[in-house]
Design a protein around this ligand. Structure first.
Ligand code: NAD
Ligand code: TYD
Length: 345
């Protein structure tokens, strides 16, 4: 019988990419549990709304009663946890929501998964748990955890809880740690969509510090494929790094966006650096490539050009996100069908 998976945070950038991917590439059914924070946008999922294998429930992962109810009601076989507070700058302003969702939320999900003997739990983590690199070297799965931002610290704490559940309870969990994602439907607080939208609107492009910080970019579609492989074929208790060998300095990415949007470099505006700004991330993904036969398929320059085109062609999505209009979508589409407790009304 086809399986049912609880996807948390499925209305966010990567979670919604993953839901579209897994519904197209497999026969599983999906229950999407999302709190619809500022980063959750059901307009990301209009393509699958009518799919009989897709269900949405509005609620928080920390709500154990709700998670238990969903798992029983939908006969969930396993959980993939994308839900998180995900923006470093916001974590610097206020770390509490990061502790609540990223740590307490992960613990609540695992506790219910254990209670109900679910067959698999995949924790979607990040390379930021490893901290910052100098000019040379790459993060491997053996690199020590050395998180530098409250966001990264909360993700690292969750990874430690996952590890402890595997060790203590033989809990069937796998962790993926991916580098910076880009692509369609990314909320314009992160570097690439923010710079694209600002360039399209002739607004200044705020570059932190000297613009020479390096990030290792991967398309959200390639990340989705890696998560699915790790969920279906990963070894219990293992960590898999995911990356596409696409290191770029921020300023290189910004100049490429200006070229793709036909805008001039006078829009570049150097601003005060982010406190504790990690200098460089780079991922060694040999393990997932050799053990699970995963490989990235989208070269960065092609993916960036496609992403710019997507933002140019989806002006309504962009306008709704910029104005806050997207937050009304839930009420319009789902308000009368599912209550916050998860019980149908
Ligand atoms: P996002 O901020 O776009 O989406 C997060 C989603 O989680 C939103 O839909 C939000 O409403 C939901 N959410 C937040 N708190 C919740 C809660 N308490 N209960 C239920 N839902 C809640 O994030 P993203 O960029 O799509 O990242 C998804 C996951 O991937 C995160 O775990 C993140 O740490 C990880 N990750 C992201 C990147 C990246 O470059 N964006 C890279 C590696 C790993
Ligand atoms: P971001 O997209 O916030 O991802 P992360 O901090 O998780 O890697 O930022 C990517 C890089 O871009 C990071 O080095 C900070 C930099 N940046 C800017 O220079 N200006 C901006 O306005 C933003 C949002 C980020």
């Amino acid at each position: 019988m086809a399986k049912t998976i609880l996807i948390t945070g499925g209305a966010g950038f990567i979670g919604s990419n993953f839901i579209r991917y897994v519904l197209a590439e497999s026969d599983v059914s999906v229950v999407n549990l999302d709190a619809l924070t500022y980063a959750g946008n059901l307009e990301n999922l209009t393509a699958v709304e009518g799919n009989s294998r897709y269900h949405f429930v509005h609620g928080r992962i920390e709500n154990s009663e709700l998670v238990r109810y969903i798992c029983k009601e939908f006969k969930v076989d396993g959980i993939i946890n994308f839900a998180a507070e995900s923006h470093v700058d916001r974590s610097i302003e206020n770390a509490q929501p990061f502790v609540d969702t990223n740590i307490s939320g992960t613990l609540a999900l695992m506790t219910i998964a254990r209670e109900l003997c679910l067959e698999r739990f995949l924790q979607v983590s990040t390379d930021e748990v490893y901290g910052s690199l100098g000019a040379h070297g790459e993060f491997t799965e053996e690199s020590p955890l050395a998180p530098n931002s409250p966001y990264a610290a909360a993700k690292a704490a969750a990874d430690c809880l996952v590890r402890s559940f595997v060790h203590t309870y033989n809990f069937p969990a796998v962790i993926t740690r991916c580098s910076n994602n880009y692509g369609a439907y990314q909320f314009p607080e992160k570097l690439i969509p923010l710079m694209i939208l600002n360039a399209l609107e002739n607004k200044p492009l705020p570059v932190y510090g000297d613009g020479l910080n390096v990030r290792d970019w991967i398309s959200a579609r390639d990340h989705s494929a890696a998560v699915w492989l790790a969920y279906t074929h990963g070894k219990i208790g293992e960590v898999y790094n995911v990356g596409a060998d696409s290191e770029r300095k921020n300023i290189e990415v910004i100049k490429a966006i200006l070229a793709l949007t036909g805008k001039g470099e006078e829009l570049i505006s150097y601003v005060k650096d982010r406190p504790g700004h990690d200098r460089r991330y780079a991922i060694d993904s040999t393990k997932i490539r050799t053990e699970l036969c995963w490989k990235p398929t989208v070269p960065f320059e092609n993916g960036l050009a496609e992403t710019v085109k997507w933002y140019q062609e989806n002006s309504e999505w962009c306008a709704h996100v910029r104005s806050g209009e997207y937050m009304k979508y839930y009420k319009k589409q789902y308000g009368v069908r599912v209550s916050v407790s998860g019980k149908p009304v």
